[in-house]
Design a protein around this ligand. Structure first.
Ligand SMILES: Nc1ncnc2c1ncn2[C@@H]1O[C@H](COP(=O)(O)OP(=O)(O)O)[C@@H](O)[C@H]1O
Ligand SMILES: [Mg+2]
Length: 361
């Protein structure tokens, strides 16, 4: 096992900055999820850790070994890094049995036959593949194939697992199942894991911590609770949570209210104090509230329910007040077109600087 450390890592392709000044530390045995939209630099980051890509600047350290140092011209090739990577397309050898697919990396290393057999059977047992060892990949389901790919990574007993959207080719139901299985397996093995995904639900459910990236820049690192409860900026706030947080522009007034034009909300005294100190009174801010923190059926606010999205266990209401629309999560039985009472849970309010998009509250 080993920790992974990135220090001021950059990757520049031609003139294009794919990863900008990334510093990140993944603890020994930790499950870290690298989360962000397509094209934000996740795969590039993972490939630099694996040694498939050389950083343009900065250092990468695995355990106590510097595996890349752009300034000093240090670059340890992938084979000598003791990391195993699992990709989205799990590229099994079609003509080989499950057994031989899993055994392959050990045969490459010329391990004794007996040792190979022991390890393959151990891993197969762990992944529920024992009955399938003689089959060929084409005789397996998507989930089974993905498990074989995992088996091939696990069997090497690497110091670090790098996984690049390994579940995104599976159907929704299987993805949920594999999510839990992978997490359990990682706990069992205790191997440091960096898992890349663009799916925030996957990140929230699997990660010990989540590192959120956008446009090559690390936005925030924290536990799922931290990034959800205390997003650092509007990007993180909007990227994590479904449906996304409501953002409404408003002006903070001298009397401690936020003025949205159509309606006003009274800030809690300590919130107003923070805004006063931030010198934000009489300025436009971005107000954020999650749909689950909009409480329907009580309170002073009034709105018309324009659209209802029924998700079975709950409904998402699109509430219109003048030209502002606020989404609310509820399980109350309400009809489209209905006029309703609602309120905002002021304890859960987020306030962002409009210019910098950074969170103030
Ligand atoms: N070999 C390359 N040459 C030029 N640009 C690249 C190369 N690899 C990736 N990029 C660019 O870098 C950015 C980040 O890519 P990538 O790391 O694959 O993003 P993600 O995995 O988050 O979707 C993208 O804009 C992509 O087009
Ligand atoms: Mg990618």
């Amino acid at each position: 096992m080993a920790s992974v450390k990135l220090e001021g890592v950059w990757k520049i392709f031609g003139g294009f900055v794919a990863v900008r000044d990334l510093s990140l530390e993944v603890g020994d045995g930790e499950f870290l999820v690298l989360l962000g939209p397509s094209g934000c630099g996740k795969t590039t980051t993972l490939r630099m850790i694996a040694g498939l890509e050389e950083p343009s600047r900065g250092r990468i350290i695995i355990g106590d070994k510097v595996v890349a140092d752009a300034e000093r011209g240090v670059f340890v090739p992938p084979k000598e890094r003791d990391v195993a990577m699992v990709f989205q397309s799990y590229a099994l050898y079609p003509h080989m049995s499950v057994y031989d697919n899993i055994a392959f990396p050990l045969k490459l290393r010329k391990l004794p036959k007996q040792e190979i057999d022991k390890r393959v059977r151990e891993v197969a047992e762990m992944l529920g593949l024992t009955e399938l060892l003689n089959r060929k990949p084409r005789e397996l389901s998507g989930g089974q194939r993905q498990r074989v790919a995992l088996g091939r990574a696990i069997v090497r007993r690497p110091k670090v697992f790098l996984m690049d959207e390994p579940l995104s080719n599976l159907d929704a139901k299987l993805r949920v199942k594999m999510r839990a299985e992978l997490k359990k397996l990682q706990r069992q093995l205790g191997v440091t894991t960096i898992y890349v995904t663009h799916d925030q639900v996957e990140a929230m459910t699997m990660g010990d911590r989540i590192a959120v990236m956008n446009k090559g820049i690390l936005q925030q690192v924290g536990t799922p609770e931290e990034v959800y409860e205390k997003p650092k900026n509007t990007f993180v706030a909007g990227f994590i949570g479904t449906p996304p947080m409501n953002f409404i522009e408003g002006t903070v007034r001298e009397d401690g209210f936020i003025d949205f034009g159509e309606f006003k909300l009274k800030l809690l005294p300590d919130q107003f104090e923070v805004l006063q100190e931030a010198n934000i009174v009489e300025k436009t801010i971005i107000f954020g509230i999650r749909p689950e923190d909009v409480i329907v059926g009580e309170g002073d606010l009034r709105g018309i329910v324009e659209i209802i999205e029924n998700l079975g266990s709950e409904r998402i209401l699109h509430i219109k007040i003048g030209n502002v629309t606020i989404k609310a999560k509820t399980n109350k039985n309400i009809k489209e077109g209905e006029k309703i009472k609602f309120k905002i849970n002021m304890q859960k309010v987020h306030i962002f600087n409009k210019q910098t998009t950074e969170a103030i509250i």
